[in-house]
Design a protein around this ligand. Structure first.
Ligand SMILES: Nc1ncnc2c1ncn2[C@@H]1O[C@H](COP(=O)(O)OP(=O)(O)OP(=O)(O)O)[C@@H](O)[C@H]1O
Ligand SMILES: [Mg+2]
Length: 664
């Protein structure tokens, strides 16, 4: 019990925070929203006046012919011809007239029949034409009141339309802003964040979740404000009409509030699960498309299908629960409540509880009000599910936005020389699981440092740290003697170039993948970079040369081609520090020789870190660091290490077909 209590408290806190943030976003377009709400107010006012006009029409001009009529002598607008006599009904007699000096007659209604009792007490049934005669003086008023009524409806329609347009526009803008914010924020998040979050799930946040927030601003806000304004105004109207009716209608409010509370209690739980499943589904789809080759190669189609089936099954289950909840609580329950109200009114009416105070006009107006009140209530109740979805989505989006990110720093940094020092660097991706232990490196400008070691020994991790994809907690990394944590990440990366172990290409062209659409990188620089890595001729043989289209991840290029492009990309930026993680792994020996030559030129003036499994490619390195389970176990030049006959020697020997290596 205590647990659920705490849960609810937590939920309340989260909801409060979410609503607050949504409100802050709403404030961005407060003028538009306020204008919309002002229009809404006018529209509501016009609608609330409607039943009052109707009541006047009925009570003053329709049912009013029943009652006392006086014989008059002067013809006027209000007088009626009947049996060659002139009559005016009581309500139309001038205020100053002394009614007792006139002779009177009585018009009565029984069912649909009208009877006229003249001054001599003779009661006759009236024909339809005769009844119409009695209505004639009222027609002008009825017509003008009807016109007013129609006019008000038209005005209110125009206002409602404009208000909705305004709100929708505001909502679209807010959501666009939100989407931009989320997208931008995703780029600010440290690489670490994505270690635990599938790409598809992030996609779900940026697209689906923001979309359901749009619903909130467009429909939920509109319906709820309309609802609250309407209901308040209508209650006002009812109280003006007849306070007693007002009081017996009032319990509707606590019923509604209780309803919202109970609904939310269940809906929130279901919706959280539904949204989480949806994002998992997106994640799975994304992953299986990315891994299509593997799935098909290993014939995992069926299994993937089953896994997906399970996921969608769960999704379906909770959506169904949600559906039952919605079906249970929406329309039909409302109809039940409304009908109960009607019955209560009827019972009160027939048991005489209203006394004489209730005219047909009042009753008509009340029923009209009740109907009008139920419209916004239906609107609000129907929006409850949208509201829930939106709140849960917003919660997810804001949680992402709350993740600590690093502001993009566009400040330029003067080019550093490129002396790199690692001092006692110890690092773990997850706490206590150290993958690097007490690493010390001293690289001078222009030197080439090669990192070798078994797979998983921590080579890429060292470069992750230098690039500040991850930040260290123990030890320090310095460039030109300054701790890299003193600069922003963007600044420090400005003069670094990297070729990652798995090259990534973007949708675009070969050229755009090298310049990354940076205006500072000219076409000439792109071509030069390609020439430097010896790939220009090869790419020029493609039908569109370096403007050939590259699809996402460069699936239509060979692995070696992808690697060459990312190689050229690193060079085009003319970095002071160049990092090559297995840059030549997928390149044939011939191309590799070209690259090696080019590299010798390009390495000049740059500090270069090379990770290579093929030891033949790093023979010329100034320093070779041999890593073993996170420690540097050997260091020196190729010749020194061979002479030492240690780990490096063994590795080299194995790779180059022993005897030769042993004799070196
Ligand atoms: N993002 C990460 N989160 C947690 N652990 C990681 C992460 N990346 C790497 N590791 C772990 O760190 C260790 C070193 O990995 P690293 O990528 O540095 O190896 P490597 O020397 O580059 O290997 P390879 O030659 O196969 O590329 C491995 O045990 C790996 O499991
Ligand atoms: Mg690696």
């Amino acid at each position: 019990m205590q647990d659920t209590g705490q849960d609810q408290l937590y939920n309340l806190k989260v909801t409060k925070r979410t609503v607050k943030k949504l409100f802050q976003y709403g404030l961005l377009h407060k003028k538009m929203i306020l204008l919309a709400l002002a229009l809404l107010l006018v529209a509501v006012a016009t609608e609330v006046v409607g039943p009052i006009i109707a009541k006047r029409m009925i009570d003053d001009h329709v049912t009013s012919i029943v009652g006392k009529w006086y014989y008059v002598t002067d013809q006027s607008e209000k007088s009626v011809h009947y049996n060659n006599m002139l009559l005016v009904r009581e309500g139309n007699m001038s205020k100053e007239a002394d009614l007792s000096s006139y002779e009177s007659a009585l018009l009565e209604q029984e069912g649909v029949q009208f009877y006229f009792t003249d001054s001599s007490q003779l009661k006759v049934k009236l024909s339809a034409d005769q009844v119409f005669e009695f209505y004639k003086p009222e027609i002008k008023e009825i017509v003008s009141l009807s016109l007013l009524y129609i006019g008000l409806i038209a005005v209110s329609a125009i206002f409602v339309y404009t208000q909705r347009r305004l709100l929708q526009t505001a909502a679209n803008r807010i959501v666009q802003k939100l989407r931009l914010d989320v997208f931008a924020h995703v780029h600010r998040l440290p690489v670490k964040y994505f270690d635990n979050l599938a790409a598809g799930q992030v996609v779900s946040r940026v697209t689906n979740d923001t979309e359901s927030i749009r619903e909130l601003y467009v429909n939920v806000v509109a319906n709820f404000t309309t609802g609250v304004i309407y209901i308040t105004a209508i209650f006002g109207g009812i109280f003006v009409l007849n306070p007693f009716l007002g009081w017996i209608t009032l319990p509707l409010i606590p019923i509604l509030i209780a309803w919202v509370i109970i609904y939310r209690k269940y809906a929130q739980r279901y919706n959280r699960i539904i949204r989480a499943k949806l994002s998992e589904i997106n994640g799975t789809i994304n992953e299986s498309i990315q891994g299509m080759t593997i799935i098909q190669a290993f014939r995992r189609e069926k299994q993937m299908e089953e896994e997906f089936g399970e996921l969608t099954g769960e999704f379906f289950k909770y959506q169904n629960k949600m559906l039952s909840l919605n079906a249970l609580t929406s329309h039909n329950l409302l109809n039940v409540i409304r009908n109960i109200f009607y019955i209560v009114i009827l019972v009160l009416l027939f048991t005489g509880n209203f006394g004489a105070g209730l005219s047909i006009g009042v009753l008509f107006a009340y029923i009209d009000y009740l109907n009008r009140m139920f419209n916004p209530i239906v609107g609000m109740v129907n929006q409850l599910s949208n509201m829930e979805v939106a709140l849960v989505s917003a919660e997810r989006v804001f949680r992402l936005l709350d993740e600590e990110g690093i502001d993009v720093d566009t400040n330029k940094m003067p080019r550093y020389r490129g002396d790199v020092q690692f001092e006692h660097v110890t690092f773990a991706y997850k706490d206590q699981e150290y993958v690097l232990k007490d690493i010390n490196i001293d690289a001078k400008q222009g030197e080439t440092i090669a990192l070798v070691g078994h797979t998983g020994s921590g080579k890429s991790s060292i470069l992750n740290l230098l690039f500040r994809f991850y930040d260290i907690e123990q030890g320090s990394i310095k460039i030109d003697g300054v701790d890299i944590r003193q600069y922003s990440k963007q600044q420090i990366r400005q003069h670094m170039g990297i070729v990652l172990q798995d090259p990534f290409l973007f949708t675009g062209t070969i050229a755009s993948n090298i310049s990354l659409n940076n205006p500072e990188i000219s076409k000439e620089q792109v071509i030069q970079a390609l020439k430097d890595v010896g790939a220009y001729e090869m790419f020029m043989q493609l039908p569109n040369g370096i403007d050939s289209v590259v699809v996402e991840k460069g699936a239509t290029l060979s692995a070696g081609q992808r690697q060459l492009i990312s190689f050229a990309r690193a060079l085009a930026y003319n970095p002071a520090i160049l990092i090559l993680d297995e840059a030549t792994a997928s390149i044939d020996s011939e191309t590799e020789a070209v690259i090696q030559q080019a590299l010798d030129v390009l390495k000049r003036g740059r500090t270069t870190f090379v990770i290579a499994h093929r030891l033949s490619t790093i023979r010329e390195a100034n320093q070779i660091l041999v890593l073993d389970r996170g420690r540097i176990v050997e260091r020196g030049t190729h010749d020194e290490l061979i002479a030492r006959k240690g780990k490096y020697h063994l590795m080299y020997q194995l790779q180059s077909g022993n005897t030769e290596a042993i004799t070196v």
